[in-house]
Structure formats: structure tokens, C-alpha cells
Design a protein around this ligand. Sequence first.
Ligand code: ZN
Length: 241
Amino acid sequence: MRYAILSDIHANLEALTAVLADAADAADAVLCLGDIVGYGADPEACVDLVGERAQAVVAGNHEYGVGGRMDLDWFNPYARAAAEWTATRLGREHHAWLRSLPLTAEVEDATLVHASPDHPEEWDYLVDPEDGFEAFEAFGTRLCFVGHSHRPAQWSLGSSGPDHEPGATDVSLVAGRRYIVNVGSVGQPRDRDPRAAYAVWDVPARRVVLRRVPYDITTARRKIVAAGLPRMLGDRLSIGV
Ligand code: ZN
């Protein structure tokens, strides 16, 4: 089994369709780590596609923000403007589906979670080595896939010591070690590579490989401006920050 693991789509339909097309060959099933909505201009279409295609989906902080389950004072002004706009663009069924998403899910020997597996509802970022190493006690599976920072990375623990690799693109799963892998962002990468990012977890090959997919950034950016969303949310797509 090969799983395509998508996170932080952020209502970017052009990026999502490009990734799903790439994953049609590269993977057998789709998993989603949340933040399907927020920032981009196509929240309903992205929710529909993820709902149709994904075998398991967990909620991100943007699902909580849009659904009124998180105080928007925690969001920066751009994220807040996008969350308020998105809330008005989603129908009752879409809101209900987003509210139904769990904070964590397990698939095979992996935990899926948007932010830190340690109190996922607090939406802590895993950035530094210690952030990841301290989070291993919070889940019981061998692997944990996360998003939230929009930057690929891996942390691992085992008898040969701790390891942290920011920007990891190819993780070989060594027997006896446990791993946290950040799969990057489909719809708003922040690692200065504007191509959409997602990961393929190849279970029999014991490997997690990050894939980058070019997509129609010009259209995604134009739609953000046309929707009246902050222009900066379109501009940042071209530079991947
Ligand atoms: Zn996000």
C-alpha cells in the first residue's frame, strides 16, 4: 500500500488537483492532515474533493477557526480575514462535515495529526529538534505524520540516537526507530519552493518520499485577488513563503 499524505491545502484548487493527478500514479490511497480551507479562493471545491478522495481526514486549526471553534484572535490578520471570508462561502453541509473531523486518526502503524500530537487542540508547531523529540511520548504508533508549519521535516528516535532533518525529502524507515514526518503544504508552501508538496508513504518499501508538483500559480493567485482576499495571500504563492 502506498499512501499520498496531503496537508495544508488551504482552498488552493489548482494545487490540489495537480497533486491528486500526480498521486493517481504515485499512490493507492489518500490521507489528509487538515487545513483544507483558509487563505485560498476555493474552499467548497477543495472540501468536496478531499471528502471524495481521502480515506482518512483530520481537522486543522483553520477548520476550527472557520467553524467558530477557535477564537480568531489567535490568527494573524490575514488568516483571520481569510477565515471570516471562508465561513461565509461554505454551505451548511460543508460546515457540518468540517466540524465532524477528528483531531487525530490512525492508519496502519501511523498517527495522523495536524499540529503537535501532544495536545493537538493547542496547535503547537513542531519546528526545533526538541519540539519533535518531546512529542514522541504523545502517540503510540511507530510513525506520526504532521503538517501545520508548511515546511517538510523529519524527527526520529531509536537506539542509534535522536535525529532531526529540516527539509527532509526522502526518509528510509529503519527497523527499531520511530518517526515524525512533516509532509509540507499542498496549497501554500513556505520553504521557498513554490511547487505544491505532499508525501508518499510506501509501506512495503519502508520509505516516505516528498514529492513536488508544479501547478497553475497564476490562476490561484488571480482568484484570491478577485475574491477580495488579502493580496499578500496570492503574492506569497509565487515565492513559496
Ligand atoms: Zn496551514
